[in-house]
Design a binder for this molecule. Sequence first.
Ligand code: SF4
Length: 154
Amino acid sequence: MDKVLRGHHLLCVHGFRGMGYSPAFIEKMASIVKDIRDEKKDFFITTVEAFDDACMACPHKGAAECEAGEGANEHVLGMDAKVLRHLGLQHGQQYLKSDILKLTAEKVVPDDLDTLCANCSWLSYGVCKEGIANLRKKDIDEPKKKPALQTSKK
Ligand code: SF4
């Protein structure tokens, strides 16, 4: 159940609507997203600036780096770093899913994606901003007691 997710995928999971790079990738992403959106489930997520669970099923995963196109690896690593910094999370650290969702709802507004996800080909579809807006709405409509951020080293 625990997962490894790269920084920018912490935002992608809120915009995912079944689109993706291949059937295997879509299936993997759908299963990650299902667990993320299931309010009854909580688990640890190791946040990284590197390949993650979704990359493992991606046709663009090369031996050592993302090969989605020219400059893709630098681009995705840059987004990972920006998102982790924005959320105050660190590479290689584990956090509870529930804490990451709260942080995302509190710290990310839809228009932040213009900077955090600049030049991402999915941004223009609008579903990512929509996903963040829905997450924030849910957090405001259904406020929950906020526990202290829990971390655990692997
Ligand atoms: S395109 Fe690159 S960063 Fe995105 S899932 Fe595939 S390998 Fe990972």
